[in-house]
Design a binder for this molecule. Sequence first.
Ligand SMILES: C[S@@+](CC[C@H](N)C(=O)[O-])C[C@H]1O[C@@H](n2cnc3c(N)ncnc32)[C@H](O)[C@@H]1O
Length: 235
Amino acid sequence: MKEKIIAAYEELADSYDALIEHKPHNAYYDRPNTLKLIGDANGKNILDAACGPGKYAEILLKQGATVTGFDNSPRMVELAKTRNKNDGEFFVHDLSAPLEMLKNESFDTVVCALAMHYLEDWNTSMQEFCRVLKPKGTLVISVEHPFFEYLYFKSKKYFEVEAVKATWGGFGKRIKMHSYRRPLIECIKPITNNGFYIDKLIEPKPVPEFEKYDQRHYKELNTFPAFMHIRGIKK
Ligand SMILES: C[S@@+](CC[C@H](N)C(=O)[O-])C[C@H]1O[C@@H](n2cnc3c(N)ncnc32)[C@H](O)[C@@H]1O
């Protein structure tokens, strides 16, 4: 499963990078809501987990943050380095593995946008996010909304964590993408069981620019959420 996900992202990395600026679900739905939860990044030390082509890093660096990012797609990491020139630090690493290269209590914020649904078990990452965060540090994640996925994948087993696959056509070529859908409680429990309390949960609405690029999804997302954003604070 992991190999298939890496292979899919290796294949779409370049088009993802080229489209990330204005791809409506990223630019006008995920990012504005995730960035709102991160708040003022100036002077903060931020870990961008599953950084993709480094678009979040670019924004946060411009705001005056120090950014470390990792991803398990080598091409994504290359693109993140290129996008951010010599700013920030980026390396290849698996989100489900311990972050042994990162020191305890060294980050103010960990952001993990649109990637946790590639992991079956969230416990190790949550424990590691908690370990590398300073006391009262902030974790911000965005994931596919559990109710959206339940309907989209026509699941009959709400309470289970299930391996699912979808065909993506929005990046120029058709790509089979594997992930795990999970119930709401399996998005909450790994966070609250591993050293965080949740201080904000957002069921986002797209920002108005979205409509210019994709009217159909703009309408849909104003009636039913596709993503969910959670902010945890280290206890
Ligand atoms: C939808 S993209 C999001 C990228 C970036 N966070 C953003 O929002 O622009 C998902 C990213 O997660 C990465 N990813 C998937 N599974 C991963 C894993 N097990 N470890 C690290 N990165 C992973 C993919 O390579 C891809 O870059």
